[in-house]
Design a protein around this ligand. Structure first.
Ligand code: NAP
Length: 313
């Protein structure tokens, strides 16, 4: 990791190192702004979980999420990006101008901020979930599917992610249950058709998980049918929870305008409700949550952050 220990003043600080943050980093650094990228986890974020990204322009054979991240990171570093592994605790408007970024490591002063913090996986919130994480319960089929070769697994959720996870798991497991709380999936038609064509996938609709049980590792789940109220047990080796994502904006709620889902409200320039703070990628209101869109947002945010810095300073 390229960590600049000396400087704590930057033209722009980017929060989050996924495709939106890395794209913003490439644009800002290449445009001559002194740029710091702060990432609390792994550079790349959720895209690292994608086995293969098939719809990112320029890679006609597809590319793995990890490889795409590596290419973006290398490109940003080429233009002199600084980055630090830390968690941002708060963003404070400084007087008379600029912002203070308080992190778990240090404080940084910056002229502009680009928030590209993405989102986290939503938890189901049922008994046993927390207890069996890493012992049968997972939130990432791409990461953990190989552990369930010839085993029986279930995926919870009816969105695109859940159905993709079920399809991916069917390459490893002997049986995949897709359990969804309604009678219709939210996933797009074409994705549903792919899952229906896979003989190992069985749909369990109108059903919710009531409890996750086991001794040392996950052994079974208790399912409730929401139509007739009947309970049943399902023996499982693995349970993949894929019930959506929530934005990492809790530390920003006092500062920025957020929508009802906690996403950051931005204008066409990726400008938030506070001048000089931009937001891009999955964390912003109305994002289509696609890698290419996140990368595009990052470019828009960086170009406008540069204009802001030139205009105000
Ligand atoms: P999502 O589309 O919001 O779907 C979440 C699913 O979880 C829904 O089916 C929802 O049920 C269910 N759910 C939510 N809370 C639940 C609970 N407490 N108990 C049981 N089920 C619950 O989220 P996602 O699938 O993670 O996708 C996020 C975004 O990324 C979406 O915009 C999606 O289209 C996009 N995406 C795109 C691709 C692609 O390649 N095109 C791939 C993956 C994701 P209800 O339907 O009843 O609300």
């Amino acid at each position: 990791m390229n960590q600049n220990e000396q400087t704590t003043r930057f033209d722009v600080v980017i929060i989050g190192g996924g495709p939106a943050g890395l794209s913003a980093a490439i644009y800002a650094s290449r445009d001559g702004l002194s740029t710091l990228l702060v990432e609390k986890g792994l550079i790349g974020g959720m895209i690292n979980e994608a086995d293969k990204v098939d719809n990112y322009p320029g890679f006609s054979q597809g590319i793995s999420g990890i490889e795409l991240t590596a290419k973006m990171y290398e490109q940003a570093q080429k233009y002199g990006l600084n980055n630090v592994n830390a968690e941002v605790l708060s963003v404070v408007v400084a007087q008379p101008l600029g912002f203070t970024i308080k992190t778990s490591e240090k404080e940084y002063q910056t002229k502009a901020v680009i928030i590209a913090g993405g989102s986290d996986k939503v938890r189901l919130g049922v008994q046993g979930e927390k207890e069996f994480i890493g012992r049968g319960v997972s939130y990432c089929a791409t990461c953990d599917a190989p552990f369930f070769r010839a085993k029986t697994v279930a995926v919870i959720g009816g969105g695109n992610s859940a159905v993709f996870e079920a399809i991916h798991l069917s390459k490893f497991a002997k049986k995949v249950y897709l359990i969804h709380r309604r009678d219709q999936l939210r996933a797009t038609h074409i994705v549903q058709e792919q899952a229906k064509a896979e003989y190992k996938i069985e749909f369990t609709l109108n059903s919710v998980v009531e409890e996750i049980q086991g001794a040392d590792v996950l052994e079974k789940i208790i399912i409730k049918n929401v139509i007739d109220g009947q309970f049943s047990e399902l023996n499982l080796d693995g349970l993949f929870i894929s019930v959506g994502i929530k934005p990492n904006t809790s530390y920003l709620s006092e500062l920025l305008e957020l929508d009802n889902d906690g996403m950051i409200v931005v204008d066409d320039y990726m400008q938030t409700s506070v001048a000089g703070i931009f937001a891009c990628g999955d964390i912003r209101h109305n994002s289509i949550r696609q890698t290419i869109a996140a990368a595009g947002d990052g470019a828009v945010a960086a170009v406008n952050a540069k204009k802001w810095v030139e205009r105000v300073y």
